[in-house]
Design a binder for this molecule. Structure first.
Ligand SMILES: CC/C=C\C/C=C\C/C=C\CC/C=C/CC(=O)SCCNC(=O)CCNC(=O)[C@H](O)C(C)(C)COP(=O)(O)OP(=O)(O)OC[C@H]1O[C@@H](n2cnc3c(N)ncnc32)[C@H](O)[C@@H]1OP(=O)(O)O
Length: 704
């Protein structure tokens, strides 16, 4: 692709590696506020950064080497894209929590009011896998050693709540000791009651942590002797216990009710003895957001009454000073000031050059914490920094771990939308996607596309089901891109097969009705959805195979061309090709590039000018498809083929794919807006609308 032989390429690759090492030393932008201080966990190896070079200096290196220059362009961009020095070199624009199971996108806009973010809670279901994606722009100079740092605090958490109450009375002796100790990991309650009005003793020990609940109750009375001991141990998936004890040797009553499930622990203890009257009632209720304890004691041997009510909101914001300080990054802050720092994560983002489009960085998969105790609000401080500790952006936000997601609607409206799909939302189109359940085998029942992921082999089959001809409308394209994105994030999915649920038609291409007689705004939104579909599919990291089981004109052909491998039904009725000129329209440059990259220059020239639709055998001959099989075997062959592709080491295949396709993808990325404008002005022209109208009429006439 680069016109290099293997040795030459190897040599240049080494050279680039060397350059990359040099770039690490390149001075990062000095703008921004106070430098971010982080505790340096790494051992200082006395590393001396190489002499710093500017972007221009690097671009000057070996500038006569055309191949190297092309490669440098891909790596570093073409040069400064924003000259205005008042605009920061690095601009962090948004953070997305990517989670396959989420009912909607979870995105925070970092270009707006960061103060408002501090008050917002982003909800995540406990136990789900997620990744963090950060979009950022580099405007002028290469920035090296970018890092994303993520400090997580338990919001408003008290490390410990302890209460000890000891009561001692010697009007014929009553002693009570109550010890309550709770922190996030543990709740312990010990209650000892002792009265020697002819002897009554009660000991209650309750101990619960995430995995285990233990309860021991010992009751002893020797008013003609009654003893009770109860020990209970459960692993917290639901426990209920009720104990009622009644002895009428001068009357003793005891009722104990204990109820606990994952969300709630309730304990009620009522004790009643009328040997000159003793009453005790203890109510304990904790659901981890809240701990309530009420103890009422009543004695009338010369009268003693005690009532204790304790109510504490374990997760409330006690005081902002507990976790917010004027200088959150000052030395030792995490340990000294904030005892509830739970986690510090540092992600190496890398070195980036300026370019028009945003860069994106995605963290490895993490698992959200799970369980009764960990549910609640976490306060997160995020820093986007670099080797020089320049503070490109720091912001704070809250993540609320809940037993379940918030409803889809609130999730989407509260948190904003994922950029990829923003066009359809901006234009007021709701997602056509129903809730996607990624569990087990069955994946989604969205209205126009059926997705079936087989967890045994990691192969997902996406079946287009948009009758009559699987035309790609705005809704279809949006749904397609969402499904594709979800599968890309789903680590159990290893490859995707595209095929049709409609007989004889793979896809009739773009929906002409979205381009004919619609407003310029609609055309713009539609074209953006076409671009996003192409960008996602052509640049897809996982393996894609088109199982072409029917006719595949224009956009249908484009979709198949985006895949890594094409298997077509061996049937003379089916044809495939970019036939745009037959409609009086022109395939844009990225359609052209996709075909060109597959079948070569001359065939593309013929194909595009003439708008040729190739029958299956011709398509195989020119390399437009890779294999023909009987129609009944198209899908099974695709599954088999995907299996052989999966045998190739994934990272090597992925890098190779990216190496082949990235320049083509980058070309559209750099011209997205202009391409939309161009399309809108072209498609809304009277002459083009007339051509489309005639084409539609011809389709209907053919049918008649
Ligand atoms: C200077 C300029 C430089 C650059 C330009 C800038 C930008 C680029 C500008 C424009 C580029 C736009 C790119 C467009 C790409 C496309 O994909 S355009 C769509 C092309 N598609 C076709 O040509 C396919 C047409 N359809 C067929 O050939 C047949 O329908 C097909 C073989 C698929 C199936 O045949 P059959 O089973 O016999 O079904 P019918 O023909 O009877 O069709 C059933 C109904 O479906 C309607 N229909 C068919 N295709 C489409 C479609 N693509 N969109 C909307 N509707 C479609 C058809 O009219 C029938 O409707 P009816 O039942 O009669 O109401």
């Amino acid at each position: 692709m680069l016109g290099l032989d293997v040795c030459e390429f190897g040599g240049q690759f080494l050279e680039l590696l060397w350059l990359t090492v040099c770039y690490r030393g390149i001075m990062a932008d000095k703008e921004g506020t106070a430098p971010v201080h982080e505790e340096e966990d790494e051992t200082d190896l006395n590393y001396q950064a190489p002499a710093q070079k500017t972007l221009q200096e690097i671009q000057e290196l070996d500038k006569d080497d055309e191949s190297l220059n092309k490669y440098k362009q891909t790596l570093l961009g073409t040069g400064p894209v924003v000259l205005d020095p008042s605009i920061p070199n690095v601009q962090v624009t948004r953070l997305t929590l990517m989670c396959v199971q989420a009912p909607g996108p979870i995105t925070m806009d970092l270009t707006g009011d960061l103060e408002a973010l501090k008050k917002q809670n982003f909800t995540m279901k406990e136990g789900v896998d997620y990744r963090v994606k950060i979009h950022f722009k580099v405007n002028r100079e290469i920035v090296s050693g970018l890092k994303y740092v993520h400090l997580t605090y338990r919001k408003g958490l008290r490390d410990q709540l302890s209460l000890a109450l000891v009561l001692d009375m010697n009007l014929d002796q009553l002693s009570l000791a109550l010890v309550l100790d709770t922190n996030l990991d543990q709740l312990s309650l010990a209650l000892v009651l002792d009265t020697n009005l002819d002897q009554l003793s009660l000991a209650l020990v309750l101990d619960t942590n995430l995995d285990q609940l233990s309860l021991a109750l010992v009751l002893d009375t020797n008013l003609d002797q009654l003893s009770l001991a109860l020990v209970l141990d459960t692993n917290l998936d639901q426990l209920s216990l009720a104990l009622v004890l009644d002895t009428n040797l001068d009357q003793l009553s005891l009722a104990l009710v204990l109820d606990t499930n994952l969300d709630q622990l309730s304990l009620a203890l009522v004790l009643d003895t009328n040997l000159d009257q003793l009453s005790l009632a203890l109510v304990l209720d904790t659901n981890l957001d809240q701990l309530s304890l009420a103890l009422v004691l009543d004695m009338n041997l010369d009268q003693l009454s005690l009532a204790l009510v304790l109510d504490t909101n374990l997760l409330a914001e006690f005081s902002s000073s507990l976790y917010l300080t004027p200088d959150p990054v000052s030395q030792g802050f995490e340990q000294a000031v904030n005892p509830s720092l739970l986690d510090k994560a540092v992600y190496m983002v890398g070195s980036y050059g300026p370019r028009v489009e945003e860069h994106e960085f995605i963290t490895p998969v993490e698992e959200a914490p799970k369980g009764l105790i960990v549910r609640g609000i976490y306060h997160i401080k995020s820093y986007f920094t670099d080797d020089d500790k320049t503070d490109h952006l720091s912001w704070e936000w809250n993540l609320q771990i809940k037993k379940d997601w918030d409803s889809t609607e609130s999730c989407i409206s509260r948190l904003g939308v994922l950029s990829l799909f923003s066009a359809s939302c901006r234009h007021g189109r709701p997602y056509a996607l129903s809730h996607v359940a990624f569990n087990d085998r069955h994946l989604s029942t969205s209205s126009k596309i059926k997705v079936d992921l087989d967890n045994s082999n990691g192969i997902a089959v996406m079946k287009f089901d948009n009758p009559p001809v699987n035309s790609m409308s705005l809704d279809f394209l949006t749904e397609f891109s969402i499904n594709l994105e979800k599968l890309e994030l789903d680590k159990s999915c290893r490859g995707v097969i595209l095929t049709s649920a409609q007989p004889r038609i793979f896809s009739a291409g773009l929906d002409i009705m979205d381009m004919y007689g619609t407003s310029p705004e609609h055309c713009g939104a539609f074209w953006k959805a076409v671009q996003d579909m192409w960008l996602k599919l052509y640049g897809y990291s996982k393996i894609t195979i088109a199982a072409i089981n029917g006719a595949s004109p224009a956009g249908g052909c484009l979709m198949a061309l985006c895949c890594d491998y094409r298997i077509m039904a061996d049937d003379p009725r089916y044809s495939i090709g970019l036939n745009e000129t037959q409609l009086g329209i022109v395939a844009p440059f990225w359609f052209k590039d996709t075909l060109l990259n597959t079948v070569g220059h001359r065939t593309t020239e013929l194909s595009l000018q003439m708008g040729i639709m190739y029958h299956a055998h011709e398509a195989l001959k020119i390399g437009l498809v890779d294999q023909l099989v009987p129609e009944g075997k198209v899908l099974s062959t695709a599954v088999e083929t995907l299996g052989t592709w999966l045998a190739v080491p994934g990272h090597a295949r992925e890098i190779s794919k990216s190496m082949m396709r990235k320049p083509t993808v980058d070309k559209l990325l750099a011209n997205k807006e202009a391409d939309i404008k161009n399309f809108v002005s072209f498609i809304t022209k009277d002459s083009i609308q007339k051509s489309l109208g005639m084409y539609l009429a011809a389709l209907k006439k053919k049918k008649a």
